[in-house]
Design a protein. Structure first.
Length: 95
């Protein structure tokens, strides 16, 4: 049981880092620092979009429009961190 909880904790941590990378790449593209015409940058961006968008879309649909500001990754990261905290607390309470 402990190994399974550690695996889930690691997967959540990796997903949080993928969310952060997606946000940073979006900023770099928006400020024209990197060019999506570059094949490697495009593939990385497409991978990050496919991985993060299914979790971000329901949050974006739920949150009110805030103009050009998208806080859905922050909401998702906070939710995942809360889930991690619950997971770690419950696992160590049993042992």
């Amino acid at each position: 049981m402990l190994a399974l909880c550690q695996l889930v904790d690691t997967v959540i941590s990796i997903y949080i880092w993928l969310l952060i990378a997606s946000v940073v790449l979006t900023w770099l593209v928006a400020f024209n620092v990197v060019n999506m015409g570059n094949r490697i940058v495009y593939q990385i961006g497409e991978f990050l979009h496919r991985i993060t968008e299914p979790a971000l879309r329901p949050i974006r649909n739920f949150l009110p429009s805030m103009g050009g500001l998208d806080i859905s990754p922050v909401v998702l990261i906070l939710g995942l961190h809360f889930l991690q905290t619950l997971l770690v607390r419950d696992v160590f309470a049993c042992y």
